[in-house]
Design a protein. Structure first.
Length: 115
């Protein structure tokens, strides 16, 4: 996979999460999840985008680590929704699957970036 593919995937994941979050009800739990997942899902792409202009390998690796943390958090909130409200639409499953794949890809980049 080329890095540009990952830039596109992380951007698309953030936007897709925001679109999905519009469908949540307006109860207090959903408001909390909407805020947290909205922040973490868009932060993945923002930090990965920033990593591309890193001033050093250490800077690059640090930004990718932040993106990885945000991917883990996004995956967490999606799993909370799954448990809380039993989401199982194809759209939701695709988001959950993509969050897992992004976690794995970003972890591999962190682990393979030698300083």
């Amino acid at each position: 996979m080329k890095q540009n593919d990952l830039l596109t995937r992380t951007f698309t994941f953030g936007v897709d999460c925001l679109i999905f979050l519009r469908t949540l009800p307006n109860d207090p739990e959903s408001k909390l999840i909407r805020f947290q997942l909205g922040k973490s899902s868009t932060s993945i792409g923002a930090n990965y985008e920033e990593s591309q202009a890193g001033s050093s390998k250490a800077d690059f690796k640090n930004k990718v680590k932040i993106a990885l943390r945000e991917a883990r958090e996004s995956n967490f909130w999606l799993r909370v929704l799954e448990k809380l409200d039993g989401y199982d639409s194809e759209e939701f499953k695709a988001l959950l699957n993509e969050s897992n794949e992004l976690k794995n890809i970003l972890a591999a980049i962190v682990n393979n970036t030698k300083l």
